[in-house]
Design a protein around this ligand. Structure first.
Ligand SMILES: Cc1ncc(COP(=O)(O)O)c(C=O)c1O
Length: 456
C-alpha cells in the first residue's frame, strides 16, 4: 500500500522523481500531471477527487473496465499456488500452457504456437528474431529486411521503435538499418485527389514498389497494425488489406499483424486480421489480453512458420525471464473467460457499437470536424478550420490538445494525436455512459471551435 499523502505531496514527488513515458521532462518537472489513485467500472479517480469517464480504456488495454474481480482473484490465487517459474531450459508451467491453448482457441485457425513476452514492444522484437530464424532455417539468409509504414507504432524498444514509423521517435535514436518504411493508408491526410478506394490500392502498392527496390530475395516481412492506433486511428480504405495480402502471397513475404491494440475485440472481432480477412504469419498481442491487469504480451505463430521452426536447427537463442509468467497468464485466462462467457464482442457489435457509431458519425456535422472515422469500437475525429478545403487549425496539434484538456477537465479521458482526437471506449459502458461520453466530447468540440474562432 502507498504511504498516506496529500494530493500536493503526490504531485511534488511525481514531478521531481518519476520519468514518464512520452512526456516533456522539462515541462513536466514544473507543471506535473494528474495522479490517478483508484478506478472503478469505467471511471478513474485522481488525488484531487475528480471522476473521469475513461474514453481510452486505459492505454487501450482495459476494455473490460476496472472492476473485474475474477481477474484480480485469479492472479491472487495463482501467486499462492506458483508465483513464478520460468519456461527456459526444458521447464514450463501449467498455467502458461493453459493460457496458450485458450489463446489459440480464439485465434485464427492457422495459428499454432505462442511465444510469451511482457509487452508489445518485446513481442515485436521477438517477431524480428523469429522471422530471421525462419529464413535462415529455410536456407534464405539474405532475407533479413523488414518493411513497415510511416507513422506506425510498434513499441519503444530499439527494435520496436525502428519498426515504428514515428518521426519524433526516430529523431532521438539510431534505428535498425534493415527496417524500411512505406506510406500509410491515411486517406484524410493525403491530398485526397483519389477517392478512398483508389487511394487504398495505391497505398498498398507502395509495398510492391518497395519490394522491387530492395529486391525480393532480401525482404523477409511486412509488419502493420490492422488499424493504426497510436498513429491516429487510421482506418484503412476497404481496398487496402486485400491488396497487401495479395502482394505478400505473391512475393514470398511474411505478414506480421500487430494486434496490440486491435486484438481482443477492438475492431469488432477477436483480431483485426479477422475483420480485414488477412492471413498473417505472426500476430503480435499484448494489452487487452489481460485487460491491463498484468503485463503480458507475445507472438502467435502461424502454421507455415511453426512447421519450419520446429523442424530442427538447434536452439532458438531468445527469451525473457518472465516469458509465460504464471500470474500474467492467470490474468489472461480469466480475461478470455469473461469475454467468452459474457460474449463481450457480440454485445459490443449488437448493442454498443451501433448506438455509439451513430452518434460518433453525427459529430462529423460539427463545424470543427473534417472527418469522423469509426470501426468496431474505436473512433477518430479530424479537427479542421475549414471542412471543404480540410485546412487545419493552427498551430499544428494545438486545437486537439486544447480539446483533449477541456474534455478531461469536464470528466472525459480522450487522447489527441497530431490534429486527430481518438477514442477507444470500454466494452462495459452502458448506453447512458456512451451518451455521456458523446455529450462531454461535443461540449469540448464547441469550446474548441470558439477558442480557435471557427464559425458555429
Ligand atoms: C500496435 C502496437 N504495438 C506495440 C505496442 C507496444 O506495446 P507495449 O507498450 O506493451 O510495449 C503498442 C503500444 O501502444 C501498440 O499500440
Amino acid at each position: 500500500m502507498s504511504t498516506p499523502r496529500t494530493s500536493r505531496e503526490w504531485h511534488d514527488l511525481d514531478r521531481r522523481q518519476l520519468l514518464h513515458p512520452f512526456t516533456d521532462i522539462n515541462t513536466y518537472s514544473t507543471t506535473g500531471g494528474r495522479v490517478i489513485e483508484r478506478a472503478q467500472h469505467v471511471y478513474i479517480y485522481d488525488t484531487d477527487g475528480n471522476e473521469i469517464l475513461d474514453g481510452m480504456s486505459g492505454l487501450w488495454c482495459c476494455g473490460l473496465g476496472y472492476s473485474q474481480d475474477a481477474i484480480a482473484e485469479a492472479v491472487y490465487k495463482q501467486l499462492g499456488q506458483l508465483p513464478y517459474y520460468n519456461s527456459f531450459f526444458n521447464c514450463t508451467n501449467d498455467i502458461a500452457i493453459e493460457m496458450t491453448s485458450r489463446l489459440l482457441a480464439v485465434a485464427p485457425k492457422h495459428m499454432q504456437r505462442v511465444f510469451f513476452t511482457n509487452s508489445g514492444s518485446e513481442a515485436n522484437d521477438t517477431n524480428i528474431r523469429l522471422v530471421h530464424r525462419y529464413f535462415d532455417m529455410l536456407g534464405k539468409p539474405d532475407k533479413k529486411l523488414i518493411i513497415s509504414r510511416e507513422n506506425a507504432y510498434h513499441g519503444s524498444t530499439i527494435a520496436a521503435a525502428s519498426l515504428g514509423g514515428m518521426k519524433p521517435m526516430h529523431e532521438q535514436f539510431t534505428g535498425l538499418s534493415y527496417v524500411h518504411h512505406i506510406q500509410q493508408p491515411y486517406w484524410f491526410g493525403s491530398d485526397r485527389k483519389l477517392d478512398a478506394d483508389a487511394f487504398g490500392l495505391q497505398a498498398a502498392q507502395a509495398l510492391s514498389h518497395k519490394i522491387d527496390e530492395l529486391g525480393e530475395h532480401n525482404v523477409a516481412a511486412f509488419i502493420a497494425e490492422p488499424i493504426q492506433g497510436a498513429g491516429g486511428v487510421i482506418v484503412p480504405p476497404e481496398t487496402y488489406w486485400p491488396e497487401i495480402q495479395r502482394i505478400c502471397n505473391e512475393r514470398d513475404i511474411l505478414l506480421i499483424s500487430d494486434e496490440v491494440i486491435c486484438g481482443f475485440g477492438r475492431t469488432g472481432n477477436w483480431f483485426g486480421c479477422d475483420t480485414y480477412q488477412t492471413k498473417p504469419d505472426l500476430i503480435t498481442f499484448a494489452k487487452g489480453v489481460t485487460n491491463g491487469y498484468q503485463p503480458l504480451g507475445g507472438v502467435m505463430i502461424g502454421d507455415r512458420m511453426s512447421e519450419v521452426l520446429a523442424s530442427g536447427g538447434g536452439e532458438f537463442t531468445h527469451g525473457f525471464t518472465y516469458s509465460g509468467h504464471p500470474a500474467a497468464c492467470a490474468a489472461g485466462i480469466a480475461t478470455l473467460q469473461i469475454m467468452q462467457e459474457q460474449d463481450t464482442i457480440g454485445h459490443v457489435n449488437t448493442t454498443l457499437s451501433p448506438h455509439f457509431e451513430k452518434h460518433w458519425f453525427a459529430l462529423a456535422d460539427h463545424p470543427v470536424v473534417g472527418e469522423a472515422r469509426f470501426k468496431g469500437f474505436v473512433g477518430a475525429l479530424e479537427l479542421v478550420r475549414d471542412k471543404e478545403s480540410g485546412e487545419r487549425l493552427a498551430p499544428k496539434s494545438a486545437a486537439t490538445a486544447y480539446c483533449r484538456d477541456v474534455a478531461i477537465e469536464s470528466g472525459l479521458m480522450i487522447r489527441a494525436v497530431g490534429d486527430t482526437i481518438i477514442c477507444s471506449p470500454p466494452y462495459v459502458c452502458s448506453l447512458e455512459e456512451l451518451d455521456l461520453l458523446i455529450e462531454r466530447l461535443t461540449n469540448a468540440l464547441v469550446r474548441t471551435s470558439r477558442e480557435f474562432g471557427v464559425k458555429q
